[in-house]
Design a protein around this ligand. Structure first.
Ligand code: SAH
Length: 368
């Protein structure tokens, strides 16, 4: 799932250790502006390959790192689906972008209690994170994309905060029609890390804009995420063929919206995405409606898209918090704080969505 034709990943003949800013600067100076998708894809390939960005010491904190309850409830959901589907074997647990492997470890522990012990497959692009994942789940197998995941056996697929890291395209409605948003040089200064700027491309791009948005007024920005749509389309086809289900969890909107959601996060703060590419996490909100259309276009079974708060409450996070608190009364406050972070509206409960997909012959999922 890494971007093809990339620069800056060792394949471009660039001197070792050169910053991505310098590489982009040279590229743009020689060949003209690059797409946002190119800039975003190269930036995150560089960003994730080098380091573990997760946790309080890193750049951002994700739900499985907040509480074990997150992974446990996902494990419970998968076990429930598998049991009601008739306990098919062989069965594979597939996680997209597993970070530190925390979600997988928590989910697999719960699944084992129900007799579900799948083979474990991680789709991961980062060498630094693979090393961390190996510690958490030593028996996992690693893959660069979905193609090498076994084509026989049911698939139980999870991706948390994976799709938001995939590169988007942006289109802007100008007086003369739709244009792709590109990244150019703001000036001709050579100062490292300075001076990238979004600018409108020259070519007409009307046909690349989803048809229902084409009449939007001048000034509108529309985002698409071709790699996310492609992965979900592929996933729906694999579930149809092999059986199984998938949960994709991320921040984003249940219904397509316009406007730029491109963001860069570094040390828990928003920073300018057009400064120091490769040194902050670039993200964009996930358009779950576009993804549900990809599932339906493949004749897959879309279970729905609900808020994370709704989903975790439906799976019993309140009871799970109480049970853990009863075992460890000293931790009641931290348990309740973690629960609230995951489910309260002003925290992760409303912005984060959970989308479910299943094979047509599989049951409807709990919580949708
Ligand atoms: N799911 C984890 C980590 C989220 S961060 C958690 O919730 O804590 C995003 C994850 O996706 C990281 O593991 C990152 O290395 C991986 N990733 C990002 N872009 C990728 C790509 N193009 N191909 C494969 N993995 C990618």
């Amino acid at each position: 799932m890494s971007e093809p034709g990339g620069i800056g990943n060792g394949g471009d003949g660039a001197p070792e250790g050169e910053s991505l800013s310098v590489i982009f600067r040279r590229l743009i100076a020689n060949y003209g502006p690059i797409t946002i998708q190119h800039y975003f894809g190269e930036s995150n390939a560089r960003y994730y390959t080098a380091k573990d960005p997760l946790g309080s010491e890193g750049d951002f904190v994700t739900a499985p790192e907040i509480s074990q309850m997150f992974g446990e409830l996902i494990g419970l959901w998968l076990a429930d689906m598998w049991i009601r589907a008739g306990k098919p074997e062989p069965v594979h647990y597939v996680e997209l972008g597993p970070g530190r492997g925390t979600l997988a470890r928590d989910a697999l522990r719960v699944m084992a209690r129900y007799g579900l012990t799948p083979q474990v497959h991680f789709v991961e692009g980062s060498a630094a994170l693979k090393a961390v994942q190996l510690e958490a789940v030593p028996h996992a197998r690693w893959h660069g994309d979905l193609d090498s995941i076994p084509h026989h056996g049911a698939l139980l697929v999870v991706g948390n905060e994976f799709l938001d890291a995939l590169p988007i395209r942006q289109f802007a409605r100008m007086a003369e029609g739709w244009r792709e948003r590109m990244v150019g040089l703001a000036d001709n200064g050579a100062e490292d890390g300075q001076g990238f700027l979004p600018i409108a491309g020259e070519k007409p791009m009307d046909l690349a804009v989803p048809v229902e948005l084409r009449e939007a007024p001048e000034g509108t920005i529309v985002e698409t995420c071709p790699p996310a749509t492609g992965i979900v389309y592929e996933l729906a086809g694999r579930l149809n063929a092999q059986g199984g289900c998938a949960l994709l969890i991320d921040y984003g909107h249940a219904h397509t919206r316009t406007g730029s959601t491109l963001q860069a996060v570094r040390a828990h703060r928003k920073v300018d995405p057009f400064v120091n590419p490769g040194e902050a996490d670039l993200t964009a909100h996930v358009d779950f409606e576009a993804l549900s259309r990809a599932v339906l276009s493949r004749e897959g079974k879309w279970l729905g898209t609900v808020t994370q708060g709704h989903f975790l409450r439906a799976l019993g996070i309140e009871a799970r918090t109480a049970a853990l608190a009863a075992k460890a009364p000293a931790h009641i406050v931290s348990l309740e704080t973690a629960r609230d972070r995951l489910i309260e509206e002003g925290q992760m409960g409303a912005l984060f969505k959970v989308m479910g997909i299943a094979a047509p012959q599989w049951p409807d999922g709990a919580g949708f």
